[in-house]
Ligand binder design. Structure first.
Ligand code: 5GP
Ligand code: MG
Ligand code: MG
Length: 179
């Protein structure tokens, strides 16, 4: 699996260091508030698993799975809920965890949905941010790392459902895409 990686963009150590930092900030922010921490499947799973262990105050966890309508290249911004939350967001401090924000279409839909469902507050923490890919005006409250407009894999991020279990973020060799 690691032979398929051309270069490591963000190392395991850098990721874990950043997560410890984020955990500290979130502990201070949410102390005594019992936020609902929502991971967006499947990409946020490693990030969520590591980050929640660094948040030293009570949190409730939930998961949501969404997919974009239409074909892969032209996202309409219409999002289909594949798995909805088990928990009501009404009156809750919601913290959304995402692997990467590219166009911003997925998260802007989700944020709107949570506001419609009367969340008390909605914050977005993303591990990676690709601001050059943006199609809507969406700014995360916190981004771990800014990445260039290149396709990255690892630490939750897949190519054809593979590579999510790499502990670092990397770029694939071109021959992997070319088959
Ligand atoms: P968007 O912000 O465009 O609505 O969607 C972001 C989603 O597209 C991410 O959650 C992720 O699933 C996928 N995505 C965007 N950029 C990349 C990338 O560089 N690598 C991988 N593996 N997925 C990406
Ligand atoms: Mg995602
Ligand atoms: Mg994917």
């Amino acid at each position: 699996m690691r032979d398929d990686i051309q270069s490591v963009l963000i190392s395991e150590e850098e990721i874990q260091e950043k997560i410890a930092e984020l955990g500290k900030e979130l502990t201070e922010e949410y102390e005594g508030r019992f936020p609902l921490v929502i991971g967006i499947l499947k990409g946020s799973l490693p990030f969520m698993g590591d980050l929640i262990q660094k948040i030293n105050t009570h949190v409730e966890l939930d998961l949501m799975d969404v997919s974009s309508y239409g074909n892969e290249t032209v996202s309409s911004g219409e999002v289909k809920i594949v798995k909805d939350l088990n928990t009501s967001v009404e009156g809750r401090d919601v913290l959304i965890l995402e692997d990467i924000i590219d166009s911003g279409l997925t998260l802007s839909y989700i944020v709107e949905l949570f506001r419609y469902r009367k969340a008390k507050s909605v914050k977005i923490v993303t591990l990676l941010d690709k601001p050059d890919g943006r199609k809507v005006d969406l700014v995360p409250d916190t981004a771990g790392f800014i990445v260039p407009d290149e396709f990255v894999v690892g630490y939750g991020l897949d190519y054809a459902e593979r590579y999510r279990n790499l502990p670092f973020i990397g770029i694939l060799k071109p021959e992997i895409y070319e088959g």
